[in-house]
Design a protein around this ligand. Structure first.
Ligand code: MRU
Length: 349
């Protein structure tokens, strides 16, 4: 098996080294990605996934483009285009490719340094989101230990280190203020069952898995105190794109009077997109719906719709927590009204 560096997404000996998330939890396999087409394919099939992680993967992909095509020219441009278009919804991918690609003229080392700087920024952001988010949750649940529901996978796999929503859950757990995490399995590709349950087990956090359709009933029965989700893109008005099912969860949380908190780094906030209707939503292959892990679950030739993300309107979001601020919609805050604050570190560091 390929060796992995210090991080689950790294540059080793002229190639990108990363965990193949499609193989978890059955096996922990590290892939060596040596070309832009292989990186694009890995991003599309979700071997690497989660908004911050695909941003870093895209940035490292620019280094692969230089190795194959030099620092400019039509082949280089085509490679860059294919990277930034590999998935449309998470703003991090195009944003990080666009940040790194103009540095190509300064050479491979400069591009690699910037890509790895982006990775380190995301690592620091994940720590900070955990701190801001855990403080907010504890305030919202009146200082009791919290039962936190979450969807999809928003942990270290999706962001390199601690994650977004899952960073908050991990921080609550480390502080001794997590009563239970409730993870939605997240059909069709089961990121919650395969990846979040795996990460929660590794951190030793108390947790249970739910079928997606149990979530709103459990919220209505007040079996969770807070819903925490990640985001693939947050528009200027606070509308948020995230994994399909997030919007339903927000409706259920509002019905039940449970706070619904979006956790994402500033790198996922897109002030150039005014509202949710302008966020492109990825439509994925129907085959993912009519099967589970490649085993058919519907009659042959059944067609299916497969939007990978949905939009949660800002009105259903209690607060947005980033690495630099807490935007309390419930108190009339907006992304435009709350200035950026400090990155946070754990109190004991
Ligand atoms: O299709 P995926 O698995 O890439 O979707 C990921 C999500 O929806 C996450 O919630 C989002 O990227 C934020 S996680 C850091």
């Amino acid at each position: 098996m390929q060796q992995l560096g210090d991080r689950p997404l790294d540059w080793i000996d002229g190639a990108v080294s990363m965990v193949d998330q499609t193989r978890l939890p059955d096996s922990y396999e590290v892939m060596r990605i040596e070309s832009v087409p292989d990186m694009v394919a890995a991003i599309r099939r979700l071997s690497v996934r989660g908004a911050p992680a695909i941003g870093v993967a895209g940035a490292l992909g620019v280094a692969l483009a230089i190795q194959a095509h030099g620092t400019s020219g039509p082949d280089f441009d085509r490679a860059i285009h294919s990277l930034r278009e590999a998935r449309p919804t998470a703003v991090n991918l195009a944003r990080m490719v666009d940040r790194v690609a103009p540095l190509a003229e300064q050479g491979l080392d400069r591009v690699l340094a910037e890509a790895l700087a982006i990775r380190d920024e995301e690592i620091a952001a994940s720590v900070s989101m955990g701190e801001y988010g855990a403080d907010l949750v504890t305030r919202l649940v009146s200082e009791r230990a919290a039962r936190a529901m979450t969807i999809c996978n928003t942990g270290g796999l999706a962001t390199i280190e601690r994650g977004t929503a899952l960073a908050v859950i991990q921080t609550l757990h480390e502080r001794g203020t997590l009563a239970e995490a409730l993870a939605l399995e997240t059909r069709p590709l089961l990121q919650g069952a395969r990846l979040t349950a795996w990460e929660l087990a590794r951190m030793g956090a108390p947790h249970r898995l739910l079928v997606d359709s149990a979530a709103n009933f459990m919220l209505a029965r007040r079996q969770a105190d807070v819903v925490l989700t990640g985001a693939d893109r947050i528009a200027a008005n606070g509308d948020t794109a995230n994994k399909i099912g997030t919007f339903s969860l927000a409706l259920g949380a509002r019905y039940a009077g449970v706070p619904f908190i979006v956790v994402a780094p500033e790198s996922t906030v897109d002030m150039d997109t005014p509202g949710g209707s302008a966020i492109p939503i990825e439509d994925r292959d129907a085959g993912e719906v009519v099967s589970v892990r490649d085993r058919p679950t519907a009659p042959a030739n059944t067609d299916a719709a497969n939007p990978a993300f949905d939009i949660t309107p800002n009105a259903l979001i209690t607060a947005i927590v980033t690495d630099r601020r807490v935007v309390r919609h419930d108190r009339g805050d907006s992304l435009r009204s709350v200035p950026l604050g400090e990155l946070r570190r754990p109190a004991n560091q």
